[in-house]
Design a protein around this ligand. Structure first.
Ligand SMILES: [Zn+2]
Length: 439
């Protein structure tokens, strides 16, 4: 049955009109058909749902994350503190991913996507790694995404660091997903690669050849996140990571590049000309102390916003990104508009890659919406909504995807949230034990 959601405060960041008080949204066949200001005339076959003056935003996008790290929350720190970025990977994340098995991977996907849903994040670009459970892992993720009603881009982090068989298995898993989900509007498969510095020239050549069989497919890779990645390309005889990837035809508009902190001005030009999609992950960059992305480059390349596994809440990421940058600026210097990354650049990137308009409240886009019970202590209007989004809003009380409520009045629909969380707690204890046993 078609629905009309009424009595809504509609917020459409970076679109016009941006703010509609006492509004309505008509949903036909899982998509937004129209919206406007009350009153609205209902057709006989339409169901009116009175939303009680809640504030509605488009469902948000996490443009780069790692659901596999969902069970790292509260995990014991390594015995010896890492001394640089590569040691952070070796002592923490490369142990965690090797310790993942079928069950702990499933628990990570479920708990990670539950946190996204609870934060009103309905589209997730995931970068997965579980080298001891490779075959079937992306199919498992797609299955959980279907169960949760979320849109997910899949990618398995191809790398040479676990030997040639693991590289081959990761590549095969990516290629299977590219074939299996080619026509699935909910899943966007990408060819995942960890990072240039853990891939040989031979492996990059293999990737280039593999993509020939999948026209339109793109890669999802960490790009010049730390200076070590840049130096590695230099040692291999390339001017930069971007130059190296471009030698293998791996810089293009279908691909997603996370971080891009240590790129050169020439690299930025090349990425711009290729129409490449870049993603900024400010809290992760601050946490790993890898440097801060240049603000001019960020504006020029239209970076999206991701959390790199640090958190599920993109409004928090936007606020913290702004504050991290502020701490390095002097009074009077302009900051980056982090809400633009989240509500303008992310939907552009996602729409380009999934191939249809999404994560906007506009006719034709899927009805992916987050509703907040927001009783503001000051006036909210068409000009000051940014401050309310960054400093006022809590968690959504209702979340809808494809026109169906996935959370209604605070309760997750059609899934046993307690069971998912109980299972994740048990799995996390097992995962942390397994990590202890790895040298
Ligand atoms: Zn990452």
């Amino acid at each position: 049955m078609n629905k009309v959601l009424t009595h809504l405060t509609i917020l459409r960041p970076f679109q016009e009109p941006v703010y509609i008080e006492n509004g309505w949204i008509r949903i036909i066949d899982s998509r937004v058909a129209a919206f406007g200001k009350m009153p609205v005339r209902l057709d006989d076959d339409e169901l009116e749902i009175n939303m009680g003056n809640k504030l509605v935003l488009p469902g948000m996008i996490n443009a780069h994350t790692h659901l596999y790290s969902a069970l790292a929350l509260g995990m014991p720190a390594p015995g010896q503190a890492p001394q640089n970025f590569v040691q952070i990977l070796e002592k923490i994340w490369w142990k965690l991913d090797r310790a993942l098995d079928t069950e702990t991977t499933l628990a990570s996907f479920q708990a990670g996507l539950l946190a996204c849903l609870r934060a009103g994040v309905t589209t997730i670009f995931d970068h997965h790694s579980s080298p001891n459970f490779t075959k079937g892992s992306l199919k498992m993720l797609a299955g959980v995404a279907h169960d949760f009603g979320l849109k997910v881009s899949t990618a398995f982090e191809g790398t040479d660091r676990n030997g040639p068989e693991c590289f081959k298995a990761g590549l095969d898993e990516n290629l299977s997903a590219l074939a299996d989900y080619k026509n699935d509007p909910q899943i966007h498969p990408m060819l995942g690669l960890h990072a240039s510095f853990t891939l040989s020239d031979e492996s990059l050549e293999t990737v280039r050849r593999s993509l020939d069989d999948h026209p339109g497919a793109g890669i999802h890779i960490h790009l010049a996140e730390a200076i070590a990645d840049h130096h590695d390309s230099g040692e291999r005889g390339y001017q930069s990571v971007v130059q190296r990837l471009s030698e293998y035809d791996l810089i293009h508009s279908n691909s997603l590049y996370a971080h891009g902190i240590h790129i050169t001005p020439d690299d930025a030009d090349m990425l711009f000309n290729a129409g490449a999609n870049l993603v900024h992950n400010p809290t992760s960059n601050a946490n790993n102390r890898v440097g801060m992305l240049n603000g001019v480059t960020l504006e020029m390349l239209g970076f999206g916003l991701g959390t790199d596994g640090m958190q599920a809440n993109l409004l928090s990421e936007a606020k913290e990104g702004m504050l991290i940058r502020s701490s390095k600026l002097t009074t009077g210097q302009a900051n980056v508009d982090y809400l633009k990354l989240l509500f303008h650049n992310n939907p552009q990137i996602a729409s380009r890659l999934f191939g249809y308009p999404m994560n906007r409240i506009e006719p034709g886009a899927p009805a992916d919406l987050a509703f907040y019970d927001y009783k503001s202590r000051t006036e909210l209007n068409a000009t000051n909504w940014g401050g309310h989004l960054l400093f006022g809003l809590g968690a959504p009380v209702d979340v809808m995807t494809d026109g169906e409520f996935r959370i209604r009045n605070g309760a997750v629909q059609g899934l046993d949230e307690n069971e998912i969380l109980d299972n994740a707690r048990t799995a996390s204890a097992r995962l942390w034990d397994a990590m202890e046993k790895l040298r």
